[in-house]
Design a binder for this molecule. Sequence first.
Ligand SMILES: NC(=O)c1ccc[n+]([C@@H]2O[C@H](COP(=O)([O-])OP(=O)(O)OC[C@H]3O[C@@H](n4cnc5c(N)ncnc54)[C@H](OP(=O)(O)O)[C@@H]3O)[C@@H](O)[C@H]2O)c1
Length: 220
Amino acid sequence: MTDPLRIAFIGTGKVGAPLAARLARAGHAVVIGEVRPGSESVRQAVARDPRLSAKPVADAVTGADVTFLATPFHVVEDALRPVASLLSGQVLVDCTNPVGPGLVHALASERSGSAVVQGAAPHARVVKAFTVYGFENFEDPTYPGYEVRPTMPICGDDEDAKATVARLVDHCGFDALDVGSLAQALHLEHMTLLWIRMVRVERRIPDLTWTALRRDGIRA
Ligand SMILES: NC(=O)c1ccc[n+]([C@@H]2O[C@H](COP(=O)([O-])OP(=O)(O)OC[C@H]3O[C@@H](n4cnc5c(N)ncnc54)[C@H](OP(=O)(O)O)[C@@H]3O)[C@@H](O)[C@H]2O)c1
């Protein structure tokens, strides 16, 4: 897959909007899918960068190399069903987290949210990414005073798709860490719950991310 990429977004709220703007600034052709004409979140996302534009979702995802899914988890099947055939062969970046009331796994840890996403878009190459930190880190991933960048764990079953997403992770200011197959998504979703409970609820440590160290010295 050559650079720059054609990238579509489904969902441009707190997560999708900063990522769309970063990727447009990195030189990718980013189009935002609009489900509801006049959506305020889409209007605000487009206003972030003159290179961004919005189209009806089906038009936005048609011909894209990569589509980002950044909607609330409970609507993922509704969001994907109308465009599932258009996503065939595309890289589908699952940014969603199944978080239930009381900060528990919304699917009772019986299966991952990414498995639901894959089920709704069976011929897309799903990679889970951009999920384990709060949205403020997508606005600004820099942590002054450190010589390392935050690590972004990603997982998926297609190696080429993960390599593509790793490049986009890099363009958004993180080091990608391939943690394995899409079956690992369930564990990333628990990592998200840990982060939310630690940073937002119990310890209240704002601006905290993780980084990975390897003894062989190879960057994550
Ligand atoms: N917030 C975080 O810190 C964070 C961090 C990492 C991952 N996540 C995950 O990322 C996802 C998005 O979170 P967020 O905080 O960005 O949510 P958000 O600010 O509420 O934005 C949700 C976006 O999804 C769109 N949307 C809603 N229903 C839709 C539908 N049926 N079809 C297509 N688009 C629809 C909304 O459009 P309208 O405005 O038109 O409704 C909006 O653009 C969630 O799954 C969340 O768990 C969140």
